[in-house]
Write a protein that binds this ligand. Structure first.
Ligand SMILES: Nc1ncnc2c1ncn2[C@@H]1O[C@H](COP(=O)(O)OP(=O)(O)O)[C@@H](O)[C@H]1O
Ligand SMILES: [Mg+2]
Length: 497
């Protein structure tokens, strides 16, 4: 038997139909004794048409082969389309390149329509850590953060390491926050024109009514349109808007409750009630709901004048609610609602032109209060006129938002809108059941949906970053050892082991 002579790779390729690759063009040896690794161009290339950054000498050496021969090699992997600006969060596992997040840039470059982000994932998958990595790295660009309600006190070690004292609310702390705080409105008032005064006040009153309605609902009463109209009127009177817009008076929830329980004759006349008795009877439920709030587990916390000032120059501020936990889930949810409303008002009015990140971690707790709480978040997001604000909502799954009403109801429509108000969706590992829900709400492709239940579950910090309708990016968040130490939410489990 004669043995067929061994074929060379070139002959093999020819036998299978493709032209053999051309030999690479020999690179001429440098004639002079120059440093061989000297940059041929500035880092970003020459700023001239047809020029740019090029890692190898152009024109490129061309090889030719059919895809079935080079199936195992794909050297022309492009980096993801996300610009390299902002926080370097980790790496994109598909291209191996760094992944940057800068929601405001994304809006400016047309990748997203709004800068808000929503983060979903099972507990312990690394949601909060990724948010921390994002905000710490945005700090390098002078972007400041407000953590609006830190239920577990997770952000406090981080703040302390930056020499900032978190504002703790709850038992043993002297900090008080008036849920109906005027914030910077009071000090700025005189510098505004009448038109602007009316405008700003309308915004704030609208927010307050939404807040009070949500809080009443948390007490088990669904406010009516009449309740809302009267609340708006009462707030207007109390704040002094009815008497000529001269100076604003501070308002607290007990003030509102008192006015409802003992109305001024002018109030019930203006609200078109036949008499005082009718006013009291109609508004009894909302009056009592507010009374319960003032005397309940949160007594004193949100119904007294605010006694701390936010340092707007601090890179990060946080309201630590961990002292509240012993007062129950309901108390925490009410506190989150008050804080959310307050913080979006003050960040809105803080028009220093700086980008700000507002983090609402564990937002699902607030959503459980009922449809009005979802509406309150929705209006906070909508009322923020300054686009230079990145709202970050952190939750477990979309149904936390959607469980507020029956399918097809107005509440569910609002909750869906809320998701639409967040262009960037960061999806961490989920169980299969939730994945179907995600796939539907965010129009995920099968591959993307599989990534959330499979790939994301394999390691902490893995997430599918879905920016509007672009294909999702599989990103691994990388924490530095310092960040891991400062933000070790499992530390409690480790101590005493
Ligand atoms: N990218 C990451 N690399 C390494 N460890 C991580 C990463 N992300 C999170 N962790 C760790 O996992 C634990 C849970 O993270 P956490 O952000 O609190 O999860 P979640 O907010 O989803 O409940 C923390 O102890 C944290 O240090
Ligand atoms: Mg968390």
């Amino acid at each position: 038997m004669t043995r067929t002579p061994e074929r060379t790779a070139a002959e093999l390729l020819t036998d299978f139909g493709a032209a053999p690759p051309r030999a690479p063009r020999p690179v001429a040896a440098p004639e002079t004794k120059e440093r061989i690794n000297r940059a041929r161009a500035p880092r970003r290339g020459h700023a001239r048409p047809g020029q740019g950054w090029c890692p190898v000498e152009a024109p490129l050496t061309v090889y030719q082969a059919a895809t079935h021969e080079i199936g195992g090699l794909f050297p022309l992997l492009a980096a993801n389309g996300i610009p390299a600006v902002g926080a370097r969060v980790g790496y994109d596992t598909l291209s191996g390149g760094a992944f940057y997040a800068h929601p405001i840039e994304w809006v400016l470059r047309g990748l997203a329509t709004n800068p808000n982000m929503v983060v979903f994932g099972e507990p312990g998958r690394g949601k909060s850590s990724t948010v921390v990595a994002f905000l710490l790295r945005m700090m390098l660009f002078g972007v400041r953060t407000l953590v609006s309600g830190d239920v577990k006190g997770e952000y406090s070690p981080l703040l302390r390491s930056l020499d900032i004292n978190p504002i703790a609310l709850g038992r043993g702390s002297s900090a008080r926050l008036n849920a109906l705080d005027l914030g910077p409105l009071a000090t700025r008032w005189d510098s505004w024109s009448v038109a602007q005064q009316r405008d700003e006040l309308d915004g704030v009153l609208g927010r307050w009514v939404k807040l009070l309605v949500a809080l009443a609902e948390a007490q088990g009463y669904s406010p009516t349109v009449t309740d809302e109209a009267v609340l708006s009127q009462v707030l207007r009177r109390l704040v002094g808007a009815t008497d000529g817009y001269t100076r604003l008076r501070p308002v607290t929830i007990p003030d509102v409750q008192r006015e409802l329980a003992d109305p001024d004759p002018q109030l019930w006349e203006e609200a078109r009630f036949a008499d005082r008795r009718q006013f009291l009877d109609t508004l009894r439920p909302i009056t009592d709901a507010l009374a319960n709030l003032v005397s309940g587990p949160l007594a004193g916390l949100f119904d007294e004048p605010t006694n701390f000032a936010l340092d707007w120059n601090a890179p990060i501020q946080s309201m630590d609610l961990s002292l509240l936990r012993s007062r129950g889930d309901q108390a925490v949810a009410v506190a989150l609602t008050c804080l959310g409303s307050w913080s979006s008002m003050i960040t809105d009015l803080q028009d220093d032109g700086e980008i700000r990140i507002v983090v609402r971690d564990e937002v699902w707790r607030q959503m459980r209060l009922g449809p009005k709480a979802v509406q309150a978040v929705d209006s906070d997001l909508r009322l923020s006129r300054a686009e230079k604000k990145v709202q970050v909502l952190v939750g477990h799954k979309p149904s936390d938002f959607l469980s507020v009403g029956s399918a097809g109801s107005q509440e569910v429509a609002i909750a869906k809108d809320l998701l639409a108000l967040c262009s960037t969706r960061i999806l961490f590992g989920q169980s299969t059941r939730v994945a179907d829900e995600l796939a539907e709400d965010f129009a995920l492709a099968d591959k993307e949906s599989d990534a959330t239940t499979g790939w994301c579950m394999e390691r902490t910090g893995r997430a599918l970053w879905k920016i509007e309708n672009q294909p999702g990016y599989k990103v691994q968040t990388v924490l530095s050892p310092t960040e891991r130490r400062l933000f070790d939410t499992n530390a409690q489990l480790r101590t005493g082991r």
